[in-house]
Write a protein that binds this ligand. Structure first.
Ligand code: SF4
Length: 338
């Protein structure tokens, strides 16, 4: 579908120049779409009538829709229905430092992480750019507040939908549109090495988070299929290249699974692996669901202390939404089962 929300500002400028219109009009269109939140070309009063007719012929402005919202004090969880009746999710979180949204990048996921509700249902398709942009627009409309940061960490592996994710980042980062600063955008990958290398060439100030979840190949092979294609040693080498090239700190995501990867010897092994690297580790308390055998770790604070003592920067992710279906993918899984 040729949605107007697939278009970066430069793409819209190019389109306008190709039809002998002024490049500047792209900024006006962006202002209507992203600042005034108007998606009806007929209402774009500072754009001449002939061009509005042409825009209507050339672009679609349809929206995905909110099917369900679960609200709690710090978290809203959204289930979206796509135009082809597929479902995805996004989550809003209220932090001390502002409002962040976690968006989905695919319908389902093929990476098959053993503890992940989102990956239990295989990938149906990649999301188009507009379907990711509209998650942000609909949520900011729903709460009528500004979104401060965006993480691409919902359903799907973003780097398995690389081009649309890069488009999405550039659209929400545009100062003429939603204007979310690059440093407030984080893309999270399970470790697709060729794409991390490619990402290091993008010249974006966007944050990279990598789901490591294990200190060695033996454990990682058991819980993350991707490790069989790109093992932990290759991944660490890739991250060293990335840090050297971009001079940016990488976040290491580490979900704490009881008696699987959370013992103190694992903390020491992890510290050894990451020694000297510009990273910080984010320990994630596991959201248990009835579909998996994994349990939430009872050893998080000792694991944290051990990493700290070894000189590793570490935080524990705040738990959100224990009273709602907090594990990413749960809402969609329930809807798909119906
Ligand atoms: S953790 Fe991420 S990459 Fe792994 S299966 Fe779930 S959605 Fe996919």
């Amino acid at each position: 579908m040729n949605s107007i929300y697939n278009y970066k500002l430069e793409d819209l400028e190019e389109y306008l120049l190709n039809i002998n219109e002024k490049k500047f009009t792209a900024r006006q269109i962006y202002d209507w779409l992203y600042i005034k939140k108007v998606n009806d070309f007929d209402l774009m009063s500072n754009i001449k009538k002939e061009l509005r007719i042409k825009l209507k012929q050339d672009f679609d402005t349809s929206f995905i829709s909110i099917k369900k919202v679960q609200r709690s004090s710090l978290t809203n969880k959204y289930l979206f229905k796509l135009l082809d009746d597929n479902y995805i999710e996004a989550v809003l979180m209220r932090h001390d430092y502002g409002i962040s949204i976690c968006v989905s990048s695919q319908v389902g996921c093929n990476m098959g992480c053993a503890f992940c509700e989102s990956g239990r249902l295989k990938k149906v398709r990649d999301l188009e750019t507009y379907e990711i942009v509209e998650q942000i627009l609909l949520i900011s409309d729903d709460i009528n507040e500004r979104i401060d940061s965006v993480v691409i960490m919902g359903i799907g592996e973003p780097f398995d939908n690389y081009d649309n994710i890069m488009n999405f980042i550039r659209i929400i980062n545009s100062p003429y549109g939603i204007n979310i600063g690059a440093r407030h955008i984080t893309v999270s990958t399970c470790g697709l090495i060729p794409k991390i290398d490619k990402f290091s060439e993008e010249n974006l100030q966007v944050n990279l988070a990598v789901s490591l979840h294990a200190p060695n190949n033996e454990i990682r092979n058991k819980i993350m299929n991707v490790n069989k294609a790109y093992n932990i040693n290759e991944l660490i080498e890739c991250l060293k290249r990335y840090i050297e090239k971009t001079n940016r700190r990488v976040t290491i995501e580490y979900v704490m699974l009881n008696s699987v990867n959370d013992r103190l010897e694992h903390a020491r092994e992890l510290a050894n692996l990451l020694k000297g690297m510009n990273v910080y580790v984010n320990l994630i308390p596991y959201n248990e669901t009835s579909n998996f055998i994994y349990k939430k770790s009872d050893n998080i604070s000792a694991f944290y202390d051990t990493l700290k003592k070894c000189g590793i920067n570490v935080t524990v992710r705040k738990e959100f939404g224990a009273n709602i279906d907090a594990a990413c993918g749960q809402l969609r899984a329930k809807e798909v089962k119906k």
